[in-house]
Design a protein around this ligand. Structure first.
Ligand SMILES: Nc1nc(=O)c2c([nH]1)NC[C@@H]1CN(c3ccc(C(=O)N[C@@H](CCC(=O)O)C(=O)O)cc3)C=[N+]21
Length: 278
């Protein structure tokens, strides 16, 4: 059975829109600032999708575009300014930034209370320690989708393929917090399929098109494809996996829309918290 991320995301965004309308009636318009460095076409598309989805929910968006050649210092200054701007409730710095920029330093310039994309050390640590905070958007979306389909995680073997700071690593920690037994695999894992074949829940987050083939999947597994490769091709070979999996996310229409939904939901939550502080 397919896990319909588009439908689940719509429910989350509809709720965010209703909450936004209530906040606006109280005089507060939730506002998400998106920051894009350079003009990579895929990143331009993703940021535009986030803005469009925000606008549809009534959330304001403020877009900052910076040239490819910007320094870390200038990017940090721009993010610090947004962090201090009372009209901005959430900040998204689109990953990846050009290689000459210290991406970690840039992420850390986002104030924790505005880190609606869950990319800072503060947010990661809060998540890892089970304290309140914003979660990384894609992992958050994945957990919401698993809940939507009532996938029982306790005691299940979850195998995460990928260990990136805003996707693989945090999704494993979130599954662990839900009592799954978690195995991390990555590009240096020897005999990867011997691990993935033991996965009750398989999360593919490596960024290699169709990297996970049907023969690497345990019959009945829940397969989450978090890959976003050029041309909307996932990390899972869907045709080979669909008959083996009990539940599987399509690409597009799976994890992608859930990522944006969680981003918007957390933006509205940030605006509510800012209002309470007034
Ligand atoms: N700081 C940061 N946070 C992110 O969350 C982040 C990021 N950087 N960098 C890039 C990746 C990628 N990403 C996607 C979000 C939505 C879709 C999505 O909704 N895709 C549609 C298809 C899109 C289309 O039709 O073109 C779908 O899967 O149905 C895809 C990819 C967020 N990312």
């Amino acid at each position: 059975m397919l896990m319909d991320g588009t439908a689940a995301a719509k429910r989350i965004v509809d709720q965010a829109a209703a909450d936004t309308a209530a906040l606006k009636a109280d005089g507060v318009t939730p506002c998400l600032a998106t920051v894009l460095v350079g003009s990579d076409p895929a990143s331009v598309t993703y940021v535009r999708m986030k803005q469009n989805r925000s606008a549809k929910a009534g959330i304001g968006s403020w877009h900052v575009e910076l040239p490819e050649a910007i320094t870390t210092r200038t990017l940090v200054a721009a993010l610090t300014e947004l962090s201090q701007d009372p009209d901005v409730h959430g900040i998204l710095l689109q990953h990846p930034v050009p290689p000459h920029i210290d991406e970690r330093a840039a992420f850390e310039a986002i104030a924790p209370e505005k880190d609606v994309d869950g990319v800072t050390m503060h947010s990661f640590a809060a998540m890892a320690f089970g304290e309140p905070g914003f979660v990384s958007a894609t992992p958050g979306g994945i957990l919401r989708l698993l809940d939507e389909y009532e996938v029982d995680l306790a005691g299940k073997h979850a195998v995460v393929v990928g260990r990136s700071p805003i996707l693989g690593k945090p999704v494993g920690m979130m599954l662990l917090a839900r009592d799954a037994t978690v195995t991390y695999c990555h590009s240096r894992t020897a005999d990867l399929a011997s691990y993935t074949r033991q996965a009750d829940i398989l999360v593919a987050a490596v960024g290699k098109p169709k990297f996970i083939t049907g023969d690497a999947i345990k019959p009945g597994a829940v397969v989450i494809d978090a890959g976003y490769n050029p041309g909307n091709i996932g990390d899972v070979d869907f045709a080979g996996a669909v008959d083996k999996a009990s539940l599987i996310t399509p690409v597009p229409g799976g994890v992608g829309p859930m990522t944006i939904a969680v981003l918007l939901e957390q933006t509205v939550a940030a605006a509510k918290m800012a209002q309470r502080r007034l």
